[in-house]
Design a protein around this ligand. Structure first.
Ligand code: G
Ligand code: G
Ligand code: MN
Ligand code: NA
Length: 249
């Protein structure tokens, strides 16, 4: 309850910020976009993890206020990053709101950003409970030019049904599989299979949580289309992120 109370004032008090983590193309090894990750810092408690407060916001309408702020902030920053795209996380409740498509389109138009520079990240939880409606929403978003990424792929309600049924652009392989790559045959085999599957279905595959040179090499050999993780950069403030746009690794 303390968190909920604090969160409802966080925007007005200027306690929110976005950190941006570069996404690197696997072939050219060049930064092509950024994932926006919400940060909340209070005087009293210091930084509070979104893993903690997003689920709380998700229980109330606060998630919409936070989400509005995130979307507008990320779009404003993107105006200054020519050629790059931004990948934004949407929680299940945001994704299921009335007229989600119209809402996102309106914000993007207002910011003067082309929808193909905006990637919408959702998890399978967001599409699980009402597949028909989710399929329609994703179809419309994609028709308008937005990119769609299925986040944390391989965990939760992952099902092959989902990737057949839904209009997607890429799968983000959960970092637990990347962590395991050097250690266990299973993880490496799963990563390879997801990349193959992605290729066969015309989907990009983003490897998350890339931390080591060995993982970079293995993922490039496997054919991952994009790489993201501390190896390249932690999520950093906008000014720092801007210097990484188009950087080659
Ligand atoms: O970067 P970090 O490890 O702190 O993120 C923790 C979790 O919070 C991740 O699952 C991430 O997807 C989620 N998250 C980060 N920023 C946002 C946001 O702006 N909106 C939503 N819905 N989730 C976010
Ligand atoms: O759920 P989602 O994939 O949106 O969340 C991504 C989370 O992973 C963020 O909290 C981000 O800070 C974190 N992250 C990004 N790169 C790395 C990495 O290389 N290692 C670890 N441990 N975490 C990472
Ligand atoms: Mn994400
Ligand atoms: Na993820």
């Amino acid at each position: 309850r303390r968190i909920e109370g604090g969160l409802s004032q966080a925007i007005a008090q200027g306690e929110l910020s976005l950190a941006y983590q570069p996404i690197v193309a696997g072939d050219a090894m060049e930064v092509v976009g950024f994932e926006a990750l919400l940060r909340w810092r209070t005087e009293e408690f210091g930084p509070i993890s979104p893993a903690l407060f997003i689920p709380i916001a998700e229980e109330s309408n606060l998630i919409h206020e936070l989400g509005d702020w995130v979307l507008d902030e990320a779009l404003t920053v993107l105006v200054d990053w020519p050629g790059q795209y931004v990948s934004i996380n949407f929680s299940p409740r945001q994704f299921r709101r009335q007229n989600f498509v119209g809402y996102v389109m309106e914000r993007v138009q207002r910011a003067g950003i082309s929808p193909n520079r905006v990637q919408i990240e959702i998890t399978e939880t967001a599409i699980f409970d009402n597949a028909e409606r989710a399929a329609e929403t994703l179809y419309k978003l994609r028709q308008m030019g937005f990119r769609i990424a299925l986040d944390d792929f391989g965990t939760g309600y992952s099902s092959l049904y989902n990737i057949r049924k839904f209009a997607l652009d890429c799968l983000k392989i959960d970092k637990s599989f990347i962590d395991g790559m050097g250690r266990e045959r299973e993880s490496a085999a799963i990563v390879q299979s997801i990349v193959h599957l992605g290729k066969a279905l015309g989907l990009g595959v983003v490897a998350e949580g890339v931390e080591t040179e060995a993982q970079v090499q293995a993922l490039r050999v496997a054919g991952a289309s994009h790489l993201q993780g501390y190896y390249f950069s932690r999520p950093v403030p906008a000014e720092e992120a801007k210097a990484l746009a188009n950087e080659r690794f």
